[in-house]
Design a protein around this ligand. Structure first.
Ligand code: ZN
Length: 244
């Protein structure tokens, strides 16, 4: 089965900040999409500036997994489009918010919490530990790997308790963070991944690309049973009755 991936990016830092543009000449979405190219996938990109932010009903309907990077323009995403993403997750689309995409409208609505954290800029080292060995999203990784320079995110992280915690990060400055979390919402699978600050070439790093590739495969919908909703006739005959 071919998995249809859409990589969404607000695409603001790369156009406004020369340093970020040099790191990501094709945009963060371009770098993520390159890392996801494989024979069993088709990968397209979409950005905030396109009509409907590139997330029309038709695009979402054909998308199996939506990867999402956003930061300074989280508030500019139209409510109607955020709701459209949430509805598609409920009906089975996988959703992979990366880094500050944790404060995107779709992720906050799916979680029902603030998703607030501590953070610190400055380029310290992050060591990411596999906390759930054998989980498909950790496939092919060593026990831990390092990102040489990044922004720190620290606990407490205001999200609901996840179904699985695949990764835990330690930072040079001493904080820790649950950096790879799995959820189900409706029929959709969600994987929230912490790394990906725009000031560093994180989306070119092999281990990060491996995680995102594994996450897309894990989050892709399976056929499953038909979901029947609403009032129904009994499957077996019922002898008890409200009639006197
Ligand atoms: Zn950041």
């Amino acid at each position: 089965m071919t998995v249809q991936v859409t990589v969404w990016n607000e695409y603001v830092h790369e156009r406004e900040d020369e340093h970020v543009r040099e790191l990501y000449p094709n945009g963060i979405h371009g770098a993520i999409a390159d890392g996801l190219e494989s024979g069993n996938r088709t990968v397209q990109t979409a950005t905030l500036q396109e009509p409907d932010h590139g997330l029309t009903e038709a695009v979402l309907e054909e998308t199996d997994v939506l990867v999402w990077w956003s930061h300074c323009a989280n508030g500019e995403v139209r409510d109607e489009i955020a709701d459209r993403v949430v509805d598609r997750v409920h009906s089975g689309m996988g959703f992979v918010p990366v880094h500050s995409g944790k404060n995107s409208k779709p992720f906050e609505r799916l979680m029902g919490t603030t998703c607030a954290i501590k953070y610190r800029h400055g380029g310290e080292t992050e060591r990411i530990w596999v906390a759930d060995p054998g989980h498909p999203i950790a496939d092919g990784l060593e026990e831990s790997f390092e990102i040489p320079s990044t922004e720190m995110y620290g606990e407490p992280y205001d999200v609901p308790e996840p179904d699985r915690t695949v990764f835990i990060s330690w930072f040079e400055g001493g904080e820790v963070f649950r950096s790879g979390l799995c959820y189900r919402r409706g029929r959709g699978r969600i994987f929230a991944f912490r790394p990906g600050h725009e000031e560093y070439p994180i989306f070119f790093q092999d281990e990060v690309r491996r995680v995102l590739s594994n996450a897309v495969d894990w989050a892709a919908p399976t056929a499953g049973a038909t979901a029947v909703r609403g009032e129904v006739e009994p499957v077996e005959s019922i002898e008890s009755t409200d009639d006197p």
